[in-house]
Design a protein around this ligand. Structure first.
Ligand SMILES: NC(=O)C1=CN([C@@H]2O[C@H](COP(=O)(O)OP(=O)(O)OC[C@H]3O[C@@H](n4cnc5c(N)ncnc54)[C@H](O)[C@@H]3O)[C@@H](O)[C@H]2O)C=CC1
Ligand SMILES: O=C(CO)COP(=O)(O)O
Length: 412
């Protein structure tokens, strides 16, 4: 058992070889990647004293800054809020998030302006912990600093959502703003990982994925600690969909608990939610196996069963009869499932996939003037559905994943 108070420092990890400049093995892919594609890699293997810029000083950005600062990396934490920057550098405390925590002296807060090109180019790692809806505007600006695509820093994204208006996953937002090579080199961390537990060094595991194997390996090596395990993979579309979708089902589970339903009902929502997520992912062109991993069932289980989840909390309070407006204005932090439910509804309709729980969450959030009544009706309508086969995956011809991979130049 790990002692939560023990400081684990990662001073001399054996550097990973850069043997693979190509994509992961075809075997693990739903949409096979032809091996002839050469994949872009970042400038170097981040070593024990890497320079890391973390964009977004909310709960998760601050938590990951602490995780890396704690293992002796030189961490810069960007916030767009000047008082937060000043307070952090004076007291090593975040004014708004993880209030109890004393942060590592290896972290310097920067902002409120986005760091300039000279600063960005000195970094070994850029980590984006900005909510999905605001990523595009920030990437557009930062892309001006990434002018030498042959010398990219290691790029890491941790947000879990679907962009409103475009229904884009983060991979597509990166491709649109920074180009296909940056998107192919990007890595994604997802999985059951509450910020407040990571800073207390509670044992945690996540999925780390990229289209470029060497990049996923670098990110895994950077984050790996005795209390933090990384499992690598090659299905960024599946992992991103899983991370976004589980937030919608967490709202459903919270709503059920808020209405006063008990354990059977929550277990039903988690299990049927997983079946829906897997169907949506498969029709989209992701691997169904991805939904059995940490970013899938792992994170779904976590957020559907804990009041530490903001998405669960939104659902719970809706079930108790509060209005969405009142909840959002007092939550104090982002609940990505609220905006993501919108994109999910459109994706389901486009794919022709049956996902009745996700549809009901959408109805309660966006067509439910009287939220308590609408939430009750949602449960009744789900229970009134005609009997159906339990597990049936839709066929896939690649779906939107193929279009996205075409955009990245990964398939013809
Ligand atoms: N908190 C957690 O335990 C985890 C969060 N995530 C994901 O990480 C992402 C960030 O979540 P949190 O840090 O928890 O959210 P948060 O609500 O705690 O913080 C959000 C941060 O984004 C910043 N922000 C807001 N608007 C912005 C804009 N227009 N431009 C730049 N920055 C802006 C805020 O100032 C704040 O620093 C979300 O997608 C979330 O789903 C993923 C895993 C765990
Ligand atoms: O994704 C999370 C943990 O893995 C955090 O969930 P919430 O955004 O619902 O708090």
């Amino acid at each position: 058992m790990l002692s939560p108070t023990r400081v684990h420092r990662l001073r001399s990890r054996s550097p990973l070889s850069l043997r693979s400049r190509r994509s992961f093995s075809n075997a693990s892919h739903h949409l096979p990647l032809p091996f002839r594609f050469t994949m872009p890699t970042s400038k170097a293997q981040p070593d024990a004293n890497s320079k890391v810029l973390i964009l977004g000083a909310g709960n998760f950005g601050s938590c990951l800054a602490e995780h890396l600062g704690d293992s002796d990396h030189r961490v810069f934490l960007w916030s767009r809020e000047e008082p937060l920057v000043k307070h952090f550098n004076l007291h090593h405390k975040n004014l708004k998030y993880l209030l109890e925590h004393d942060f590592s002296k290896n972290i310097t807060a920067v902002g409120p302006e986005l760091p300039d090109g000279e600063f960005v180019n000195e970094m070994d790692v850029l980590l984006f912990a900005i909510p999905t809806q605001f990523l595009r505007e920030n990437l557009k600006i930062l892309n001006r600093s990434l002018n030498d695509k042959a010398k990219l820093p290691l790029l890491i994204f941790v947000n879990k959502g679907i962009e409103i208006g475009t229904d884009a996953l983060t991979l597509e937002i990166i491709a649109d703003t920074c180009g296909a090579d940056v998107a192919k080199a990007a890595t994604f961390i997802s999985g059951p990982s509450f910020a407040k537990e990571i800073v207390r060094r509670r044992p945690t595991s996540v999925s780390v994925v990229s289209y470029t194997e060497a990049e996923a390996n670098k990110t895994a090596a950077l984050f790996h600690q005795p209390h933090f395990r990384c499992y690598t993979g090659s299905d960024p579309i599946g992992v991103e969909l899983a991370g976004a979708l589980k937030n919608v089902y967490a709202i459903a589970a919270g709503m059920s608990d808020g209405l006063g339903y008990e354990n059977n009902t929550r277990a039903m929502i988690i299990t049927r939610g997983l079946a829906e997520m897997t169907c949506i992912g498969t029709a989209y062109g992701a691997s169904p196996l991805t939904f059995l991993g940490l970013a899938g069932v792992g994170d779904l289980f976590l957020t559907c069963s804990s009041s530490s989840s903001r998405n669960y909390t939104v659902g719970y309070r809706l079930g108790q009869g509060e209005s969405l407006k009142a909840i959002i204005s007092t939550l104090g932090s982002v609940a990505e499932g609220v905006t993501t439910a919108n994109g999910v509804k459109r994706i389901i309709d486009k794919l022709g996939v049956k996902a009745p729980i996700a549809e009901q969450v959408y109805e309660v959030l966006y067509n439910g003037a009287r939220f308590y009544k609408r939430a009750q009706t949602a449960v009744q309508e789900l229970m009134d559905l005609p009997p159906s086969r339990e597990l049936e995956l839709p066929p896939t011809a690649g779906g939107p994943a193929r279009e996205l991979m075409e955009k990245l130049g990964l398939v013809d």
